[in-house]
Design a protein around this ligand. Structure first.
Ligand SMILES: *Cc1c(COP(=O)(O)O)cnc(C)c1O
Length: 432
């Protein structure tokens, strides 16, 4: 019935998450507030981890793409679930280290890492750095040399598969700010540079073909392209690549239209393809990595708001205004992301009102969803927006000096705060 199994409706007709009444949560903790179900997150982690154990003899690692929702508690959960972390900035590395995350299980991505970030990463014993460009390769080599260490790197490859939409495209995609293109020879050129670079060990290759992907085929194809490149590298340079990072991008349910495959089912055909090609090309079966972000946390949270004014514009539309908006969820204003919304205190009633959900910011585009069906809403209702666990809080801002909401975690019927609500004092914290 809902976008995630962690949601339900109780006897009072209220929406629940992880068995806890969201209306009660709103009353106790205030709104806007983001609420996660920890057990559901852990279940997702396990389905990915188990799939590597079952289909790939445990010869791999799942990295949580921390950018989807980064905070100390998420790092602790990922660590507890025996995952590594995909990090993309000094701030994300700092967060992980502060959470006690082992540095050797951090994989550092990004298309423009600064000198300071690279130095910070290497000094703290980062596991792998995913190199984006030749300039970065040189900087890493220099820092590693000065520090007397060897930097383990991957190279980010553009495999020429663009799966950002429901249909994936097999060619092109040279026009992308991330990584090295295969078809222009740029990737092989940098492999040579990496093999020659001092204090650098080219341990593996990486690709990431898109996000919110519902098909397994593009992932299998990406694995094939990457294995072919590993074979080419061996042929041309003699070097044997032993680690293959296939990125993330597994789709989740935002609305009934979305039909995600079970997370565990992805590894089976991908493993088969990799093993088949390793045998065919006389290569070792590589240690494999996958990097789910959205699929770990996305569908396992809801944002709760309080409805303010309801503005009916005859023959145009009805705006339902909420006490948050683009400051806690900029995904609609950014790319018209789809969401399911409902009145949490009337969850058992039919959705009989077509509305546009408006945020409180001074920006006409500050909307959460346009012309969507919810229960007849009035001032004081609790509006729940579902599947707000990924790229919401992590993309939040203080626009209009709106304090960021609190983030809560529900587990076995108990609720705890994992990120405090910001205060006005927090908002001026860095002002001089
Ligand atoms: C964003 C990103 C991910 C995670 O993508 P999801 O769609 O959230 O699974 C994984 N790896 C890299 C390199 C990314 O940039």
């Amino acid at each position: 019935m809902f976008v995630s199994d962690c949601l339900n409706i109780n006897n009072e007709g209220h929406l629940t998450i992880g068995g806890v009444d969201t209306v009660e949560i709103a009353k106790e903790y205030g709104t806007p507030v983001i609420v996660y179900d920890e057990n559901a997150i852990r279940k997702n982690c396990r389905s990915f981890v188990d799939s590597i154990d079952e289909c790939y003899d445990g010869n791999g690692r799942v990295l949580y793409a921390n950018k989807a929702f980064s905070c100390l508690e998420m790092c602790r959960i990922a660590n507890d679930e025996k995952m590594g972390l995909d990090v993309v900035s000094g701030g994300e590395i700092y967060t992980a280290l502060k959470a006690g995350f082992p540095a050797e299980k951090l994989y550092f991505h990004g298309n423009n890492k600064s000198y300071a970030e690279l130095k910070y990463a290497l000094e703290n014993g980062i596991g792998r750095i995913i190199v984006d460009n030749p300039d970065e390769l040189q900087t890493i080599s220099e820092i590693a040399k000065e520090s007397g260490i060897t930097a383990n790197i991957y190279m980010r490859i553009k495999p020429g598969i663009d799966a950002h939409t429901h249909d994936f495209i097999k060619t092109g995609q040279i026009d992308c700010k991330f990584g090295f293109a295969l078809e222009t020879g740029e990737a092989m050129e940098c492999v040579r540079l990496a093999l020659a670079a001092e204090n650098v060990n080219l341990a593996g290759l990486h690709c990431h073909i898109g996000s919110q992907i519902f098909d397994i085929d593009p992932f299998v194809l990406a694995a094939e392209v990457m294995m072919n490149f590993i074979a080419d590298i061996k042929k041309e340079t003699g070097a044997v690549i032993t680690e293959l990072d296939l990125g993330g991008g597994f789709g989740i349910k935002y609305s009934e239209k979305d039909k995600p495959v079970s997370f565990g089912s992805y590894m089976k055909p991908v493993s088969a393809k990799i093993k088949e090609m390793a045998a065919e090309k006389d290569l070792p079966v590589p240690f494999v990595l996958i990097e789910p972000g959205r699929s770990i946390a996305g569908a396992e949270a809801v944002t709760l708001y309080t409805v303010g004014n309801v503005k009916k514009i005859p023959d145009v539309r009805t705006y339902v205004a909420i006490d948050g908006g683009m400051t806690d969820n900029p995904r609609y204003i950014l790319y018209q992301a789809e969401y399911t919304a409902l009145c949490a205190n009337k969850a058992d009633r039919p959705k009989d009102m077509q509305v546009t959900i408006a945020g409180k910011c001074c920006e006409s585009g500050d909307l959460i969803q346009e012309n969507t069906m919810i229960q007849t809403a009035q001032k004081g209702d609790i509006l729940a927006v579902l599947s707000t666990g990924a790229y919401n809080y992590s993309m939040s801002s203080n626009y209009n000096r709106v304090p960021r909401p609190a983030v809560l975690m529900v587990k076995d019927g108990n609720v705890r705060t994992i990120i405090k609500r910001e205060t006005y004092e927090d908002v001026i914290r860095n002002d001089l």
